[in-house]
Design a protein around this ligand. Structure first.
Ligand SMILES: Nc1ncnc2c1ncn2[C@@H]1O[C@H](COP(=O)(O)OP(=O)(O)O)[C@@H](O)[C@H]1O
Ligand SMILES: [Mg+2]
Length: 236
């Protein structure tokens, strides 16, 4: 049981962005995918969720099922949800309508009311903002809304692309705390972050992408003490 990427080679047209990249996310845990701007983190998430990327080789397994040939929609049905970089909310739709968009597959739509109640426990702020336009929320609230929308499909695994980007420190802490709650509630989280210090505090295990490959990997606390990681990513 895990979300597993084996020997993924992918890019755009003839440009190879990822070469032979392997990583895995066990259930109910947080794994972080790190790397500089342009290292291929978003490309990795897009390859997993079946968006835009040209996958040239490799295997994608969700709890043992090969999802590599499935459409993006079918991958959501299989239990994978993606919260994209930049959040991609519909600003002129209410928070409730945005959340409903996340429950478009039949299995999730049938349980929409229950899932909403479950989400209100994790994100009390969402309940208060339900009828407001998503575009009127603060940056942190928008990120919470985007994560909540991802959870509306009732995924087994959640892909989070730069959830703390552009947020004030207090909101970063709130978003991180929500992410650890989500993992405790039984969802495996693949966390892409530029905030390496925060990501290593939260994650159990981490991978660092450099030059299209996994350059370093290990338990998060080990990476936090790794000289190369400290110099290149923690500014120490
Ligand atoms: N749609 C695209 N078409 C062509 N090249 C792209 C596209 N998206 C990203 N790239 C390139 O792929 C590389 C990896 O980008 P990305 O996965 O977005 O990195 P990261 O998320 O780690 O910052 C970069 O060199 C970027 O310019
Ligand atoms: Mg990115």
């Amino acid at each position: 049981m895990s979300l597993e990427v084996k020997n993924l080679t992918a890019g755009y047209g003839d440009v190879i962005v990822l070469r032979d990249v392997s990583f895995s996310v066990p259930p109910e845990s947080i794994v972080s995918l790190l790397g500089a701007n342009g290292a291929g983190k978003t490309t990795s998430l897009n390859a997993l969720s079946g968006l835009l990327v040209d996958v040239k080789g490799g295997t994608l397994l969700l709890d043992g099922t090969d999802i590599g040939q499935l459409s993006a929609h079918e991958r959501v049905e299989a239990g994978l949800a993606h919260v994209p970089q930049g959040r991609a909310l519909f600003p002129f739709m209410s928070v409730r309508e945005n959340l409903e968009m996340g429950a478009y597959i039949p299995r999730s739509r049938a349980k929409q009311a229950q899932t909403l109640e479950w989400l209100f426990q994790i994100f009390p702020i969402i309940k208060e903002r339900l009828s407001q336009d998503a575009g009127l929320l603060s940056g942190g609230e928008q990120q919470m809304c985007a994560i909540a929308r991802g959870l509306m499909s009732q995924p087994k695994y959640l892909l989070l692309d730069e959830p703390s980007l552009g947020l004030a420190p207090i909101m970063v802490r709130q978003v991180m705390s929500v992410i650890s709650t989500i993992a405790r509630r039984g969802i495996g989280v693949l966390l892409v972050e530029q905030n390496v210090a925060q990501a290593l505090k939260l994650a159990k295990y981490a991978y660092v992408l450099e030059h299209a490959q996994v350059a370093i990997e290990g338990p998060a606390e080990e990476l936090a003490g790794n000289d190369r990681v400290r110099k290149a990513y923690l500014g120490l």
